[in-house]
Design a protein around this ligand. Structure first.
Ligand code: IMP
Ligand code: MG
Length: 183
């Protein structure tokens, strides 16, 4: 059992850090095979994907470049609405590039659906999606997700990049978030 951050809001472990690292290494190996001979552009979706992108990239053996987008979805703190605002756009043109979108978590899929539509309009050679986490049974958008680290239950989770109001991103594992520890 891993040390859990001493905070009553941190609940059960969903994915421990060793499992994260093992699975991310596997994903990196598969991506390296699939992109053999190519030089994909990794697009990290900030802020949640920063830790995953960093570890994933270390396991990829084909040449990669990095870019980032920051988006905010309107909605409540824990529910996505599908209405997305771009806070930081890509630095570079992606026309003709093989793009791999690196996401932290897909819940409804609405955020990603917006992002993919936006990116595809810029004329990339290909767009592939790699998400660390996918919440089982909650997708409301018809999406093709090419690489999934872990399918997890529908509960809200934190850690390894994922936050609640900017907290808990630094946890090296993914844990369930307990909204009201008193109840
Ligand atoms: P979707 O649009 O419903 O797929 O939500 C995706 C976005 O909502 C992710 O990129 C996260 O920023 C956020 N999100 C969804 N579920 C969680 C969670 O369990 N913990 C933290 N953030 C989440
Ligand atoms: Mg967030």
């Amino acid at each position: 059992m891993e040390p859990t951050q001493e905070d009553p809001h941190i609940g059960d472990l969903i994915v421990d850090s060793e499992s994260l690292q093992l699975r991310i290494r596997e994903l990196g190996e598969v991506i390296s095979k699939d992109f053999n001979g190519k030089a994909p552009l990794l697009i990290g979706v900030l802020k949640g994907a920063f830790m995953f992108m960093s570890d994933l990239a270390k396991s990829i053996t084909v040449p990669v470049e990095f870019d980032f987008m920051a988006i905010s979805s309107y909605g409540s703190a824990t529910k996505s609405s599908g209405v997305v605002r771009i806070l930081k756009d890509l630095d570079a043109d992606i026309a003709g590039r093989d793009v791999i979108v690196v996401e932290d978590i897909i819940e409804s899929g609405l955020t990603l659906q917006y992002l993919l539509r936006n990116l595809k309009a810029r004329g990339p050679e290909s767009v592939t999606v790699c998400t660390l986490l996918l919440k089982r049974g909650l997708q409301r958008a018809d999406l093709q997700v090419d690489y999934v680290g872990f399918e997890i239950p529908a509960d809200f989770v934190v850690g390894y990049g994922l936050d609640v109001a900017e907290r808990f991103r630094n946890l090296p594992f993914v844990a369930r978030y307990i909204e009201d520890p008193e109840s």
